[in-house]
Write a protein that binds this ligand. Structure first.
Ligand code: PRP
Ligand code: URA
Length: 208
């Protein structure tokens, strides 16, 4: 399985501000969106292009434009919502689906509570987004869900990943490419990423 750490200096700078316990929800949300947009640049690096004829004010020329690959961004609710805007800003035609999962605080296993996907999801390349890849249970379950709907090409995009989460995806879904802005040290006893940035959902939505 391919793991891409998109650690551009701008991304590292913004991740450091997100990690800071004193960063408030407004700034945290803005940063999640900005980093997602910067990551999207890398995630879409291999999108197919087609050649087009262009009349500039000066001459005819040939140029390249996107070949129109069908894509979908699927946030894992709720923290994944914080990454959608940044991606939609760069790919305005992308369709948006939602998968609702929360992590049972006792077992750390994902529990599904919502799913709404574009009707032609099996024909689309999917960017699955969730800021945190911790045990990997949520992402693995969401990927399996998408595969059951016939999706073939999935990229799993996260702000922070733990080695345990990467290992889990490697075991369960070696065909899926993983992108993260930072690969952290480990999980603690409560399944939180260390050093991480705390509870991404609570920090995005200001619920704690
Ligand atoms: C967080 C996070 C991921 C999950 C990661 O969601 O946004 O979805 O935990 O953990 P895992 O890799 O161990 O599965 P949470 O369950 O806190 O729900 P929320 O987004 O509603 O806050
Ligand atoms: N979910 C979070 O929001 N943060 C973590 O560190 C782990 C799971």
């Amino acid at each position: 399985m391919k793991v891409n750490v998109t650690n551009h200096p701008l991304i590292q700078h913004k991740i450091s501000i997100m990690r800071n316990v004193d960063t408030g929800s407004k700034e945290f949300r803005e940063l999640a969106s900005e980093i997602s947009m910067l990551m999207c640049y890398e995630v879409t690096r291999e999108l197919p292009l087609k050649e087009v004829d262009i009349q500039t004010p000066v001459a005819m020329t040939k140029g390249k434009m996107l070949a129109g690959k069908k894509m979908a961004v699927i946030p894992i609710l709720r923290a994944g919502l914080g990454m959608v805007d940044g991606i939609v800003n760069l790919i305005p035609a992308i369709k948006i689906g939602h998968i609702g999962l929360y992590r049972d605080p006792e077992t750390l296993n994902p529990v599904e509570y919502y799913c709404k996907l574009p009707s032609d999801i099996s024909e689309r390349d999917v960017l699955l987004v969730d800021p945190m890849l911790a045990t990997g249970g949520s992402a693995s379950a969401a990927i399996q869900f998408l595969k059951n709907y016939g999706v073939k090409n999935i990229k799993s995009v996260h702000l922070i990943a733990a080695p345990e989460g990467v290992e889990r995806l490697n075991e369960d879904h070696p065909d899926v490419e993983v992108y993260c802005a930072a690969l952290d040290e480990k999980l603690n006893d409560h399944g939180y990423i260390v050093p991480g940035l705390g509870d991404a959902g609570d920090r995005i939505f200001g619920t704690k």
